[in-house]
Design a binder for this molecule. Sequence first.
Ligand code: SF4
Length: 127
Amino acid sequence: MEDKRVTRRDFLLRVGALGLAGIGGSALLSACGGGQQQQQQSGAASESGTSASAELTCTDVSGLTAEEIQMRESLQYTDHSPYPDKTCANCQLYVPAESPDQCGGCQLIKGPIHPNGYCTSWVQKAT
Ligand code: SF4
């Protein structure tokens, strides 16, 4: 069985390759196992009828390995971007969820990703 651990060297190589390849996307997606769309939704969202993305939380890392969690932390992922014009939803690496009440994914880091989230590897989505 394939060893899915991501070493620091692997991570740096992937990030470097990403920049050089001009955001190749799909290859990295499969390499990282990205696109995994886990969700953790507050029950209040569906009950109150408030904006789904406002109530959505994408912080459940229970299915991730220690290395995957470390990568998420090292890139300072957060559900709430500190920059209004830089969110996961307009990041080239974001993998949208099937519906607005679900977390999306990321081609770079594993785990659930909020459309309003952000990390230090944010890349402007190509138009
Ligand atoms: S901002 Fe970071 S976590 Fe969000 S989609 Fe882009 S690379 Fe992934």
